[in-house]
Structure formats: structure tokens, C-alpha cells
Design a protein around this ligand. Structure first.
Ligand code: SF4
Length: 359
């Protein structure tokens, strides 16, 4: 493996939050919650921005030990055809969703860059905000996606421990630790406006993971100061394959980590998905989290075939409808925000030029 970047191996960036999350921290959870709540209120107000994932395909050539879509799992493989993509998006729109995250597995002959680009093009014609969570791409490819109306990338490093990373990514292109680590920067260099990163909590020692994740987002913020950054806190959920986390993360530690990130990164969007329980999500809303997924399906075609008993990439924990979830937010005096982005903000790169295809 090539040399790890200095920001990952250096000690300095840890200084801000290490005292807040170490095991013998002198800061109580209540104190951190109160600090985080005050910062969140000042910077974001009483709002929660909402999005939903759309699984385009479950084809994958990689062997991530923790994933229900790893290539050795016996699951029905399919991809949405373009007409089906439109139908899924239409169903999501009818649920009130205006901010979509398009997901695929690793690049394959069934799901390649051209397919993803077409899906982004369709989504951008129907939704004001489109992001992708897919295979790592080149700067040139991210630029093309930006031209099609993609404004966001989500890419988790999964674990920042290179040895554990190699062990868990048993085969396939995702084995390349450094390539994945450098992917957010390629997207930002290409003009993608927002990047979301995270570690899959449970894969490695959680305090180390939190510190390295913090260093990563701080490095991105310092290098790409115009970028919109977000951090997610996914914990491993039951999935086909039955992978059990070696380092389970408790609610208590996760709450401490989220509060510490809010205090250390006041302007960064903090994201909590439907992997978490309704009670944990409701508890975190208004304290530090500012963005949540809602009414998520983790199966391919899951919005139209909502009564399918097919197992998705992982089991969703909070399966409340968008309506029910919004009522829970409103009961806490938090305004659900389905749309806070107009496509016109996407800038000149998405404007149609005479004689040139949009993307
Ligand atoms: S996590 Fe992604 S790359 Fe890994 S096996 Fe699952 S779908 Fe494939």
C-alpha cells in the first residue's frame, strides 16, 4: 500500500474532540447534549432536512463481509430499467420526497458509468436535489455527473483502519483503501457541491474510528472550503450473510460521538438514517442531527413493490411513513424540510449550451 496521508496519521486534528469521546471523559453526556443543542439551534434553526435512498441495482462484484449485497450472497440480482427508475421516482415524489440518493454496488457490465449517468439525468429532471452513493469514479466522470445535475456524493470509508479494511473487503475493487479515501476529493475537484462521509460503526475500535473520521472531514473542510460537507453515523444492521460487528457501538457512545462532532464541526450537516430506531432518531432530532433519511427502502424497486418480503442491503429499523415521521418531528417543534434546493443553484455547469447535450 502507498503511504497514508498525513492528515490520517497525524495527532493534531484529534485535539478538538478527543477529550469529549475518550472513555474516561470528564464531560458528561448531558453537558455535551446541551452544548450540541445550542450550536445546532444557532446554525441550523429548528429544521430537519429529509431525503430518501433509491437502490438502482444490487449487482456487485465486491465481497464486503458486512453487506447483504456482497457477491457471494444468494439474493435475486436485478437493476432498474430506466422506465422503472422514473416510476420509482414518481412514487417517491408522491410521498413528498424531493431529495434523492441514488445507490448502486460496484461498477459492473450491468451497472456501469453510462447507466448511472442516465439515471442521474432522469432523477435530475424529476427531483430538485440528486446525490449518488455508488462506485468510486474519476474526476472526469464526476464532472459528467455534475453536468447531468448531480450535486452530492455520499461515500463511506467504512473503516479507517487499513488492516481491518483489507480483512473485511474480501475481494473486488473496493479492496483499494487509498482509492476510496481519495474519492471524496476527486468529486469535489470535479465540481460536486456536497460530499458526505462516514465510517460503518462496529467494524473497528469506535473511538479510533471517530477520531479518524473527524480528521477526514476537517481535512476536507480545510482543503475545499467551499464544499458542503456532511457526516453520517451508520451502525451495522442485520443483513443477509449474518455478519456480526466485532466492535458493537452502544447508543450511549453513538450519542456522545454525535454531540462531539456537532461541537467540533458546528457547520457540518450531521446525518442519521433509518438504520436507527425511532426512539433514538426522535431523541437526536433537535440536539445535533440536521438531516435524516425517511421512509427508506433498501431493496431494488422497493417503493413500488413496498409489500415485497425481499431482504434489502440491510434491515431498516425506523420504518415509519414520511407522514408519521414528520408528525414526530413537529411534535418536537422541528420543521421537516423536503426541499431547500432549486436546480438553478446547480450553476453554469448544468445549463444547456446550444448544440450540446445536457450530459
Ligand atoms: S457495500 Fe457496496 S461494494 Fe460492498 S458488497 Fe455491498 S454493494 Fe457491493
Amino acid at each position: 500500500m502507498n503511504r497514508l496521508p498525513a492528515w490520517l496519521t497525524g495527532e493534531k486534528a484529534y485535539d478538538d474532540i478527543a477529550p469529549l469521546i475518550v472513555r474516561d471523559s470528564s464531560f458528561s453526556l448531558e453537558f455535551l447534549a446541551a452544548e450540541a443543542k445550542a450550536i445546532t439551534l444557532r446554525r441550523f434553526g429548528r429544521t430537519m432536512s429529509l431525503y430518501a435512498p433509491l437502490y438502482l441495482s444490487n449487482f456487485c462484484s465486491s465481497g464486503c463481509a458486512y453487506c447483504g449485497y456482497a457477491s457471494d450472497r444468494t439474493t435475486l440480482r436485478r437493476r432498474l430499467e430506466l422506465e422503472e427508475v422514473k416510476q420509482e421516482l414518481g412514487t417517491m415524489k408522491a410521498m413528498g420526497i424531493n431529495d434523492v440518493l441514488l445507490l448502486t454496488g460496484e461498477r459492473s457490465s450491468s451497472v456501469d458509468f453510462d447507466y448511472l449517468r442516465r439515471c442521474v439525468d432522469i432523477a435530475a429532471s424529476m427531483m430538485p436535489k440528486v446525490s449518488v452513493e455508488a462506485f468510486p469514479m474519476s474526476v472526469h466522470e464526476y464532472r459528467k455527473l455534475a453536468d447531468c445535475g448531480c450535486t452530492g456524493l455520499t461515500i463511506y470509508q467504512e473503516t479507517y483502519d487499513p488492516e481491518q479494511y483489507y480483512h473485511l473487503h474480501r475481494w473486488g475493487p473496493k479492496q483499494n483503501f487509498l482509492d476510496r479515501l481519495e474519492t471524496p476529493e476527486r468529486a469535489l475537484q470535479a465540481g460536486i457541491k456536497t460530499v458526505g462521509i462516514g465510517a460503518l460503526l462496529g467494524l473497528s475500535e469506535p473511538i479510533e474510528e471517530a477520531l479518524k473520521l473527524f480528521s477526514h472531514v476537517r481535512h476536507l473542510g480545510q482543503t475545499y472550503w467551499k464544499a458542503g460537507l456532511s457526516v453520517s453515523f451508520p451502525r451495522i444492521r442485520p443483513q443477509t450473510g449474518g455478519f456480526q460487528p466485532a466492535f458493537p457501538v452502544t447508543d450511549h457512545f453513538l450519542a456522545r460521538m454525535i454531540f462531539a462532532f456537532r461541537i467540533g464541526l458546528p457547520d457540518v450537516e450531521l446525518v442519521l438514517s433509518t438504520r436507527e430506531s425511532p426512539s433514538f432518531r426522535d431523541g437526536m432530532a433537535g440536539l445535533a442531527i440536521t438531516r435524516m433519511s425517511v421512509a427508506s427502502r433498501t431493496t431494488v424497486g422497493g417503493y413500488i413493490e413496498s409489500d415485497s418480503d425481499e431482504k434489502g442491503q440491510f434491515e431498516v429499523y425506523d420504518d415509519r411513513s414520511a407522514e408519521k415521521f414528520c408528525m414526530a418531528l413537529q411534535a418536537k417543534n422541528i420543521e421537516p424540510v423536503f426541499k431547500n434546493w432549486e436546480p438553478v443553484y446547480n450553476g453554469p455547469s448544468t445549463e444547456l449550451k446550444p448544440g450540446k447535450e445536457k450530459c
